[in-house]
Every structure is written in C-alpha cells, then in structure tokens.
Design a protein around this ligand. Structure first.
Ligand code: ADP
Ligand code: MG
Length: 327
C-alpha cells in the first residue's frame, strides 16, 4: 500500500505520489541586521552564479563581512565554484550515513515517510544542523560559508510551491543571524525552488546580458516576477538589473551591446513600477571562467590584472547598498 502523510499539515507530495509528513520546527527571529539577496533570472548562462559567488567573495574578503552563499540550483555550479571535489562529494553523495548536509536536506531533512499500514516512520531523516560549510576565513576577519546544492533539488522543483515555500525563509531566520549577507544563487526557472529563494529574500538582483534576447525577455521576466510575487505574497523587491558579460572596450561587440543596454535601461525605467538598471556593468573577461576552473573567485586570489574586475564588483555592491553609502 502506498504510504501517506498524516499529522499536521503542511506535508508535501513527491511527483511519484509518495507522501510525507514532517514535524514543525520552532523558529525564532534573528536580531542581527542582514541582507538576503536572491540572484535570479529565468534565463541560464547570464552570469547569475558568477555574480553571486564573486559578490559574496568580495564582501567577505575586501569588506570583512560574514557571508553565506546558498546554492539553490540543482546544477550546483556555485558549490562547485567554492568547493573542491572531495568536499563537494562529501556533501552530496547518496549515502544514508552521510553526515555533511546540503540544501536538499534543509527541504527534506525533517521529513519521513509514514507507512499507513504499520504506522511506522521510515526513510531518511537528516539533521539540518550540518548543512553549512565554512569555505574560507579571510585575513581581515570576514568569512564565506556555503549551503551546498544537490542534484536532488530537482525533486523540490516538482513539489507544489505552497508546501515548501516558507522553509528556506524560516531556516534563514533561525540561522542567518550569524551573517551580514546571505546570497542565494537561483536556478534558471520559476519553480518551488526559486520561489522559495525569492520568498526568503529581501531583494532580487537580475543579471542580464546586453543582447537582443534580453531586450525582449526583460518584460516577460518582470511580468512573471510580478505575477508570482503577488500570488505567493513575496515581499522581496527587485533591487536592480545588472548587465553582465559586457564586451570590454575595443571588443567588436561593444557598440551593439551599448545599444541593447540603452534599450534595457529604458525598459527598466518605463516598467511599472520602475526598476533600477545598475550603472555599473560586469565586463566579459576570461578571468571569470578561469577562476571557476580554479575553484577560486577573483577576490580570493587578488592579481593586479583583476583589479578592474574587482572594482566593478565593488561598485555593484555599493549601488545595491550592500556596502558604503548606497541606496
Ligand atoms: N563576466 C564574464 N566574463 C566571461 N565569462 C563569464 C562572465 N560571467 C559568466 N561567465 C561564464 O559564462 C558561463 C555562464 O555563467 P554563469 O555564471 O554560470 O551563468 P548562470 O548562472 O546565469 O547560468 C560560465 O562559463 C561563466 O564562467
Ligand atoms: Mg548558475
């Protein structure tokens, strides 16, 4: 017989019809002032992960902040940017004895199957107390920690949003007080997973390439975000669009990108409500994919050749009000 969930709602249903129940966790609000920024666009390959990870590294390394990156993309690129293979495998391997947790455990950790015939609970139950990893303690006193992603998060995308939506927000409220900044790297979709991230966030940063697809995609994206924000009572505001992968001076694609950038800025300004398009863009530079290969974001391995790129990140952090006297 099919197991079913009983007890107090909310429970959640997996696509295969297996149902679950979970015990509610007592939550307390955090007293410390912190920002929760979700980096989101429904399009992939626009630099979300690159910006999320490098911005986090900048805040930790250069501004001595306590920063937490949450990898909410089942493709786990942010986790792979920050962890070497053994550490990543330790957090994601499919082993019931695994001690090191990841974001899936946070969605799933307090859930057990209930066999309605025997009344017995069974199946994996993981503690959510070990789903964070300290990636780096910086010389100036800052730190970067990670909630690792997992391919199992694809399951969460299939679950009805109502059933999981508050989980990440509640978890951040209980644990986020240790951090100045929480940055969530979202998957390129609107699903229960990204909606959970948006629900948990104070603000949303939308990276976007300055190209013809973005000009047309922007309105669809903003309308979609506005609709879901209303349906799921998501309070996060769009902090801004940031133009990524921007061709540097001398690049043949520069003039075209400037034209598209102008159209994107106009579309942001005429949107209702108007949303900021950040003045600072992020240059297209091979240093980014190279830093991904080295598993070390640019602010962690300073080189004079990268100063200009780190300065761009700094200007973006200022415009977002994460440091200095921004909005
Ligand atoms: N500013 C940049 N300059 C050059 N390459 C970049 C830049 N930003 C991202 N990339 C590369 O583009 C690809 C997609 O970036 P990524 O951050 O993974 O996008 P997303 O998270 O939106 O899918 C990756 O190979 C990444 O290294
Ligand atoms: Mg990504």
């Amino acid at each position: 017989m099919l197991p079913a969930w009983t007890g107090e709602a909310p429970g959640w249903l997996l696509p295969n019809g297996v149902a679950m129940a979970y015990a509610a966790t007592t939550m307390t609000d955090a007293s410390k002032k912190r920002t929760v920024l979700a980096v989101q666009n429904i399009k992939g390959g626009v630099g979300k992960t690159t910006i999320a990870v490098n911005l986090a590294a900048l805040l930790a390394e250069k501004h001595h902040k306590q920063v937490l990156v949450i990898d909410a993309d089942p493709q786990c690129n942010a986790s792979l940017y920050l962890l070497d293979d053994p550490r990543f495998d330790a957090r994601t391997r499919n082993d019931p004895q695994r001690q090191e947790g990841n974001l899936y455990d946070l969605f799933h950790g307090d859930v057990r199957y209930l066999d309605v015939v025997t009344g017995q609970h069974y199946g994996p139950k993981r503690s959510t107390s070990n789903c964070r990893e300290l990636v780096r303690t910086c010389a100036g006193g800052g730190s970067l920690s990670l909630v690792c992603g997992s391919a199992e998060l694809f399951d969460v995308q299939e679950i009805a949003a109502e059933l999981v939506l508050p989980r990440l927000k509640r978890w951040i409220r209980t644990t986020g007080d240790a951090y100045d900044h929480v940055i969530i790297d979202c998957p390129p979709s609107i699903s229960s997973l990204s909606l959970s991230a948006l629900k948990a966030a104070d603000s949303i940063l939308v990276p976007m390439a300055a190209d013809v697809f973005s000009v047309h995609g922007l309105r669809i994206l903003l309308e979609t975000l506005a609709r879901y924000k209303k349906v799921y009572d998501i309070q996060a505001k769009v902090a801004g669009v940031v133009l990524s992968l921007f061709p540097p001076d001398g690049d043949a694609r520069r003039t075209g990108a400037e034209n598209y950038a102008q159209r994107i800025r106009e579309a942001c300004a005429t949107n209702v409500p108007a949303i900021p398009c950040l003045m600072q863009s992020i240059s297209r530079d091979n240093a980014y994919p190279e830093s991904f290969e080295k598993r070390s974001p640019l602010p962690f391995s300073p080189k004079p050749a990268h100063d200009r790129l780190v300065d761009e990140l700094d200007a973006i952090a200022t415009e977002l009000g994460l440091i200095g006297g921004g909005p």
